[in-house]
Write a protein that binds this ligand. Structure first.
Ligand SMILES: [Zn+2]
Length: 231
């Protein structure tokens, strides 16, 4: 294999290594955290707060309604216990009592709406918690599978690294330095010649350049983009 060919091979290993390392990182991230589970936990916290707020609204409205009923009862008792004899005063009390009863009816309708809201909030809270339990048991079921994937991925990465070490041990230091520099600056560092043009920047090569690329042992660089061009 020419020195350029070896660099091309090194690039293939590096590409595979990067892909395997990314997959490994992804599997490890899935083992450590679960965005979906986090989302469901946030959702449950929100539902819990909403449920508490709905309960508080309902309790406040019930207290208000109880107070009104107590006042109506007292007024009613006072009206008929014979302690008030002035007809004008009795009539005023009668009006007050009717007004109070109308308010109680209106409050009761509001109470009904609040009760429904509290029930709906409680149901949403239960559902949010059930969704967490579902996801957790799902994760528990997949845990073994994920661990197996992680082990396989780690083995691939180790194999890639061994391949890379073996190959690069036989590559001259200046060639390695050139490859690393180009890989950082103009990835991919090594490209194939395509129809007598550079596979990287597509600049057409003259006949002598094409011949050099085909026969040279040392890496030949494109005059347009600096990449190493191999047959
Ligand atoms: Zn080029």
């Amino acid at each position: 294999m020419s020195r350029g060919g070896e660099l091309f091979r090194l690039q293939e290993i590096d590409t595979r290594l990067a892909q395997d390392a990314a997959r490994l990182a992804e599997v490890e991230a899935r083992i450590a955290t679960d965005p979906e589970l986090e989302r469901r936990r946030r959702e449950a916290r929100l539902r819990r707060r909403e449920q508490a707020a709905a309960d508080a609204d309902l309790a406040a409205a019930e207290k208000e309604s109880d107070g009104l009923r107590r006042r109506a009862r007292d007024l009613d008792r006072h009206l008929y216990d014979g302690s008030v004899r002035n007809p004008q005063e009795l009539l005023g009390m009668q009006h007050d009592l009717e007004a109070l009863r109308r308010r109680i009816n209106a409050e009761d309708e509001g109470l009904l709406t609040l009760m429904e809201a509290a029930e709906a909030a409680a149901e949403a809270d239960r559902e949010a918690n059930a969704a967490i339990v579902d996801r957790e048991s799902e994760r528990a079921g997949h845990a073994g599978e994920l661990l197996e994937q992680a082990v396989a991925m780690r083995q691939s990465v180790e194999r890639d690294e061994r391949d890379r070490a073996e190959l690069s041990a036989g590559i001259a230091a200046p060639d390695l330095v050139l490859y690393e520099r180009l890989a950082r600056r103009v990835p991919p560092a090594v490209v194939r010649i395509q129809a007598d043009s550079c596979g990287g920047c597509h600049i057409p090569f003259g006949g002598s350049e094409v011949r050099r690329i085909r026969v040279a042992d040392e890496p030949v660089q494109c005059s347009g983009c600096d990449r190493i061009v191999v047959p």
